[in-house]
Design a protein around this ligand. Sequence first.
Ligand code: APR
Length: 389
Amino acid sequence: TALPVVIIGAGPAGLMVANLLQRADVPCVVLERGTREYIETRPRAGMLEDRSARMLERHGLADRMLTESDTHTACEFRIDGKAHELNYSELSDGKTHFVYPQQEVVTDLLRQYLDGGGDIRFEVSDVELQDQLEETPSVSWTSSDGTREQLDCSFIAGCDGFHGVTRKSIPAGAVKEFTHQHGIGWLSILAEAPPSTEKVIYALHADGFAGHMLRSSTVSRFYLQVPVGEDVDNWPDEKVWSELHKRLALRDSDWTLTEGKIIEKRVLDMRSHVVEPMRYGRLYLLGDAAHIITPMGGKGMNLALNDAEVFADAIASYYHHKSTTGLDDYSAVCLRRVWRAQEFSQWMVDLVHRNEQPFLSRLGHARLQHLIQSREAAASFAHMYVGAN
Ligand code: APR
């Protein structure tokens, strides 16, 4: 019998691969460090591009998402207290965003995989990779009951996020790593507050960016631009709300921000990271294990799902037709989209943040004015933002 593919990590990347391999009759085993409850409740990204939604649909994985998600067609830029709506759907042949929290995507993917008889081991620790450059690599781990286990496999899918073990198992110098610090900090807030808006708000204020993102009818995500390395203790709840009120305020309008209990408060330094190539022998890296992107533009989960589909297709042609073309091309195909997304995300970061250098701040302002005034510029933005390609 054919050796299985070992998938390390049960986030969107790992579970998407698992479902696609299961549908393609390729044996696989998923190893996850956390518990089932942990992965099903961990709040992270929340936005599916049109093409990701279609991908889930194509594979019969979208049922709950299509009924439970909110579709979004426009976003709003607030500049100096004035609102400017950008209807990206109208500019991209009616394509929309689907607001559906990552933990719901994970919950659905896990349920489908288990219903199909899928093999997943939770609470594994000390995962180690061996012989990635050989014909038969292997993975060993300590299972939840403390026994050390080992499995020979055909391929290893490294889907264990940025802090996982798979990328770190690659010897120094065997892949190139590109890292960029954007020089911007974000205070990221999750609050039990119903949304105060129907569309995502990007506010450009003299004191820095503020964002109002949507998650569900009872929970909202907010971002505030803060200095890099800011201490979260400098941000008691009252200060968070007063700063959000100030930066999101509209002139000549009765719009108000609804407050709620803050359930998560973190400081993020905006950074990007890309590994090239996204493979080392029979180890393939997917999702955050291979690339980190800023949250600006909402591309992270979508890139992870794209990697998963490209990888699973390549594995299926290898298993069933002995074709290595897909596997050989995997990294280049994924990296084209990754770099395009990095460029877009960086462009959006520059668009809405206050830059310490006044000259660059003015450039951002000019770019935003152009986006608001030019239909061509808005259409180009819409195309990338909604994931129309
Ligand atoms: N062994 C086993 N599992 C591990 C290990 C390990 N050593 N390290 C991490 N994991 C698990 C984590 O517990 C998590 O469930 O791997 C999974 C990785 O999932 P994600 O971090 O969600 O990564 P990915 O599937 O690539 O999805 C990327 O995350 O940051 C967001 O915007 C990003 O939405 C995108 C998504």
